[in-house]
Design a protein around this ligand. Sequence first.
Ligand code: NAD
Length: 247
Amino acid sequence: MLKGKIAVITGGTRGIGYATVKKFLENGAKVVLFGSRQETVDKALTSLKEENPEWEVSGAWPNLGDADAVAQEIEKVKEKYGRIDILINNAGISDSTPIDNYTSEQFAKIMQLNVNAIMNGIIPTVKIMKEQGGGVILNTSSMVSICGQTSGIGYPTSKSAVNGLTWSLARELGPSNIRVNAVAPGITRTDMVAALPEQMIQPLINAIPIRRIGEAEDIANAFLFLASDMASYVTGEILSVDGAMRT
Ligand code: NAD
């Protein structure tokens, strides 16, 4: 579905990002994954190469909060492959601190990575996509962007901003043949969720109409569809992949 496409995926070292990198490689894309540290990037690359030595995948670890550092890495991808077809802004952090203990520094930190840093990747990539005549930008939002959560105000706020950014950029960039969409995962089995004790997981599952926790591959499949030409008329969409759990 993505034969010959060049994709950059942030937060690609584990969880949803890693599953998406793998899915894209399986579907013929060449992928540059961004992680936060060389060590985790190397680990992800080793495990992908073990799966299939033929896959064309490399990695970088720019500080996503540093616009110049991100622009430099994006430019390197352009120099290497001559184009960037797909950018997935997936790196993100969550938080569940109650409001009584919340600090403005915490709020700024989560907005910095989940929102501001996304723009650091989008700004240089849009220039490249406009020059080449099109592209696809995808963002990882969250179920809580739609319904909020009971504590940790910064996280749903940041993901609602991701939705606003997605809707607006889709409208601004449509005439340049650049589609912009987001995937809004529900509770997804990544390291964070897998570490929860069984007595916490079961009530969560009971609240999900489809009666199971999402797998990282469920989210990767949504990204695959949105990145592919099968979604050629889909833009400005926030695709919920949450088993209908929106509370
Ligand atoms: P994860 O913690 O397993 O992965 C997060 C990724 O982001 C990692 O690759 C990590 O290296 C990267 N990252 C974190 N901080 C970074 C930083 N400062 N600089 C660079 N990279 C950084 O989590 P995940 O569950 O796979 O989350 C991926 C995305 O999905 C996030 O945006 C998250 O908000 C979103 N999401 C997750 C769930 C869930 O239940 N797991 C639900 C909804 C949305």
